[in-house]
Design a protein around this ligand. Structure first.
Ligand SMILES: Cc1cc2nc3c(=O)[nH]c(=O)nc-3n(C[C@H](O)[C@H](O)[C@H](O)COP(=O)(O)OP(=O)(O)OC[C@H]3O[C@@H](n4cnc5c(N)ncnc54)[C@H](O)[C@@H]3O)c2cc1C
Length: 406
């Protein structure tokens, strides 16, 4: 009989199962679908193996790099091309995102690259508001930014960036989830701009995100192989609805099992492989985030072959563009092509191949009493936070298998 029954074979479930097995526990993992990895998946478009969803991870805390090192993949970690992402504002031309910012929150609202995005009036209001004494730090990032920097900075700068990273409006994102340490830094420095300066100074030099040569989806077989090598047993096509039916201490790594979950948010991702030499110059750097009200349906565009050198090589002169949508246009590929032309400012007459994938991002759920829960519902969106939380949870369970998640 296994010591632990992990329900859900996404990255969170795989990480917790592997860590428990590495500590000598007998682990069974139950995955509803016929493949492991959940939202981390690969697919082939125009014969190129690509990430079908997550394509990078935050380097914050070094936790993903540590895991990859344990899996023998340290040499496969790659940095994206340098340079800022761009923003397509509601009106006017695309602009590079301000260089000194955190989730779009500017260190200095009066910096020229901030003024260019939000306008002089909103920048001056932000600078004035952020001098007020800090009282209680609001719970949501939206409230915090609105109070300290005004609605202009929130709507024109922070909301599109936060939406691109978390697929949520800042009003729906707790400050703690947006960036652990942000609330403390605001209190310590007495301003939101000061907090951004402090947190950026504490971050390691280099890019805030990294990838894996060949795609982030390579993490999944590496974790699964290591789990099995350590004696873990994987059951595919094995949906679990009743934790009481399982042998061993349950660890929940799938939404809606331990605690009721609100409906998830849908995201559609359209990948285009195109031929267009004008894209060699990467006219919008590694891609753009799109502000609400802009005249395109896409919420973000990643110029993947400009972002990742390994992919540029694999694409052999073609370009890979990824566009994400909150609301699916009637003809996703045609819409993505038109949006890409508008956002990148080039014509795209030759689309070699395209793919459209639909994902659901689960809503946050409260921790369930007495049951260990890992994954996006409790740790927030993003591999770095999810992996760190799953590692902590496994360590706590090893120390005391009766403990629920923390
Ligand atoms: C389009 C897109 C792009 C993204 N890009 C990035 C990125 O670049 N960087 C980043 O860090 N993050 C990114 N993310 C977020 C990241 O991929 C997720 O936060 C993370 O993969 C979630 O992992 P998880 O294990 O918590 O959940 P999931 O990956 O959702 O895994 C849950 C698993 O549980 C299984 N399951 C569900 N119900 C049951 C049941 N009843 N019984 C058994 N099994 C069940 C599911 O089949 C699934 O395999 C992106 C997400 C999307 C959608």
């Amino acid at each position: 009989m296994p010591d632990f029954a992990v329900v859900g074979g996404g990255v969170a479930g795989l990480v917790v199962a592997r860590r428990l097995a590495a500590a000598g526990a007998e682990v069974a993992l139950w995955e509803a679908s016929d493949r492991l990895g959940g939202t981390v998946a690969g697919h082939e478009v125009a014969g190129i193996r690509l990430d079908a969803a997550a394509e990078s991870f935050a380097v914050r805390g070094g936790v993903v790099a540590d895991l990859l090192t344990e899996l023998g993949m340290a040499g496969e970690i790659v940095e994206p091309a340098p340079g800022p992402a761009w923003l397509q504002p509601a009106r006017g031309d695309a602009v590079p995102l301000p260089a000194t910012a955190l989730l779009g929150i500017p260190a200095d609202p009066l910096a020229p690259d901030v003024v260019r995005v939000v306008g002089r009036d909103a920048a001056e209001l932000a600078a004035m508001l952020d001098t007020a004494p800090v009282g209680t730090v609001p719970d949501s990032l939206g409230e915090l930014v609105r109070a300290r920097l005004g609605a202009g900075v929130l709507d024109r700068l922070v909301a599109p960036v936060v939406h691109g990273v978390h697929s949520q409006h800042p009003d729906d994102l707790p400050v703690e989830r947006a960036h652990p340490g942000l609330a403390d830094a605001v209190r310590a420095t007495g301003s939101l701009g000061g907090a951004v300066v402090r947190l950026r100074a504490a971050a390691p030099p280099g890019s805030a995100v990294a990838g894996i040569r060949g795609g982030v989806h390579r993490l999944v077989p590496a974790l699964a192989d290591d789990l099995v090598r350590r004696g873990g047993v994987v059951h595919l096509g094995a949906r679990v609805d009743d934790l009481g039916s399982l042998d061993g201490t349950p660890v929940v790594a799938a939404p809606g099992i331990a605690a009721p979950a609100a409906p998830g948010r849908r995201i559609d991702l359209v990948t285009l492989v195109v031929e267009q030499d004008e894209l060699d110059a990467a006219p919008r750097g590694t891609g753009l985030l799109v502000a609400q009200g802009a005249p395109v349906g896409a919420r973000a565009l990643t110029h993947a072959t400009a972002k990742w050198a390994w992919l540029r090589e694999a694409a052999a002169g073609r370009h890979v563009l990824r566009l994400s949508y909150d609301e699916l246009p009637p003809d996703p590929v045609a819409a993505a092509r038109a949006d890409a032309e508008s956002l990148l400012g080039v014509r795209l007459p030759v689309v070699v191949d395209a793919a459209h994938v639909t994902w659901t991002r689960p809503a946050a759920s409260s921790a369930a009493p007495g049951v260990a829960v890992v994954g996006e519902t409790v740790a927030g969106s993003g591999l770095a936070g999810i992996i760190a939380h799953a590692e902590r949870t496994a360590a706590a369970l090893v120390a005391d298998p009766g403990l629920p998640a923390r």
